[in-house]
Design a binder for this molecule. Sequence first.
Ligand code: CA
Length: 227
Amino acid sequence: MAATILVVEDEPAIQELIKLNLEQAGYRILQAFNAQQASAMVRAELPHLVILDWILPGQPGIEFGRGLRGDKRTVSIPIIMLSARAAEQDKLAAFEMGADDYVTKPFSPRELSARIGVLLRNAAPQLSDTAVEYRGLRIDPVRRRVIGSGLSLNLNPTEFRLLHFMMTHRNRVYSRAQLLDKVWGDHVYVEERTVDVHIRRLRKALAQSGHEHLIETVRGSGYRFSA
Ligand code: CA
């Protein structure tokens, strides 16, 4: 499950440098050369992280970032500001806008990649390849296997993603709409009761090893993986 990163940068050489390095690190890259293009891309597909150049033709990067923070759909996307402006007041302005990190040009692509790793681990742990285990239930994203009390459980790809998301976000309640966004993907038009169907099937699969109770129904709100 590769994370998608939107790079908003008007200099083609820097775009290519970032793309090359981040693709090597396993990320999927979307390129926008100005804020207008970036807006259209975000409308079509929600990236997992945005790298944002400050000085762009047309709308400045910082204003585009402010727009992302002001919209419910995009408010929690991690933003890394990229800028030749190294003054403290510029960094403060970026953090005030809601940027999560600030990288000064010229930058080391490896350092950029490391910073991305940190932000994504916090913001989207379901994109990590690390196996997760809880009370005898283990999910391994690399081998795509679920083991419950030593027993191999059969899950279809959607139920697998659903379980992985819930196990990496324990003890939090998610509404059906939120689960659709996070598991099925943003802008996918699926009815909310589809979630109920998959939860039911997931519980049935987990019942083979007695783990079905870990998925709790929270009345009037949605579902929670217990902690
Ligand atoms: Ca620029």
